[in-house]
Design a protein around this ligand. Structure first.
Ligand SMILES: [Zn+2]
Length: 298
């Protein structure tokens, strides 16, 4: 090998090495850039809000956090912890249910004036019951409302958020929304005078959405047990009705024992959808709730 050949070989090897390095760098950093967080943290007050945010912000690189991930119920009377406040320190957006669900909200707005606060239930300000997600119709309105608010807050992610809103909205429309319509029709056509006792305020929004009337609503979701007088009153009313059902969470069914005993009312297990797993958990849970009602009607 003469000097020229040697030189050429060295140049060729160096060039090949450089190409490989460039390719590696592209693979590592190019991919990394795609998956990298965009440094926007969105804190959600509790599970139903978190699921909505997860779906709307999918693929945007935002860091979506559930502030109360260890909580399985609502957040009525929840007091913020030091850890929660720390989470808000690094957040750009706080997504809450609103409608009085978060008693700490005014204080947060005062203490974090730069935080962009999105109140999901502002999609239906006329609603007095804040458990707005328990109606598929309301949930679809919330998707529209919240996605618009998120586009305003994150203009760089507009296209992605709009597309996510369309995808998620279609999933609910084709799934639980259509089932809800079908169930409401069946209830109406049955001509049955079904009356309901709800053992969770969230279920009141659910029964309203399918066209059933409540004779009593208790709020076990706020860790309260109804008083003996409340139960006695519900029993008295139930005895005057043609047909009474009790909507309750399965693990809390014991609280309805006395009513069942004295009136023969049937139990229907409903999930308030305040806990779950994965971005499809709302759709799955709501479908299960509607199926439980449908099974009862058969
Ligand atoms: Zn609640």
């Amino acid at each position: 090998m003469d000097n020229n050949e040697k030189k050429n070989k060295i140049i060729a090897l160096t060039a090949a090495g450089a190409v490989i390095l460039l390719l590696l760098a592209f693979l590592i950093f190019g991919k990394g850039r795609q998956e990298k967080s965009n440094d926007v943290t969105v804190v959600c007050s509790f599970y139903p809000v978190y699921v909505l945010a997860q779906n709307l912000l999918d693929g945007t690189g935002c860091n979506v956090v559930n502030m109360t991930e260890n909580l399985t119920g609502c957040i009525h009377d929840y007091q913020m912890t030091t850890k929660d406040m720390k989470a808000l320190d690094g957040a750009s957006i706080l997504m809450v249910n609103g409608g009085g669900m978060e008693s700490f909200l005014d204080k947060v707005k005062q203490n974090y004036p730069k935080l962009h606060v999105i109140e999901v239930s502002a999609a239906h300000p006329e609603q007095e019951n804040p458990h707005i997600w328990m109606s598929t119709d309301f949930e679809m309105d919330c998707i529209d409302f919240v996605s618009t608010a998120l586009c305003d807050a994150l203009p760089d992610q507009k296209d992605k958020i709009r597309k996510n809103a369309e995808t998620y909205g279609n999933k609910i429309f084709e799934g639980p929304y259509k089932e809800r319509l079908d169930l409401s029709d069946k209830i109406e056509e049955s001509g049955r005078n079904i009356r309901v006792i709800c053992f969770n305020e969230a279920f009141e929004v659910f029964t309203d959405s399918i066209g059933l009337y409540n004779i009593a609503v208790f709020s076990l979701d706020e860790n309260e047990t109804p008083s003996a007088a409340d139960i006695a009153k519900a029993i008295e009313t139930a005895k005057r009705c043609d047909e009474v059902v009790i909507l309750i969470e399965e693990e809390l069914a014991i609280n309805a024992d006395k009513i069942v005993e004295e009136t023969g009312a049937k139990l229907i297990y409903i999930d308030p959808l305040t806990s779950g797993n994965g971005a499809d958990s709302y759709i799955k849970g709501m479908t299960k709730n509607l199926e439980a009602m449908e099974d009862y009607l058969k």
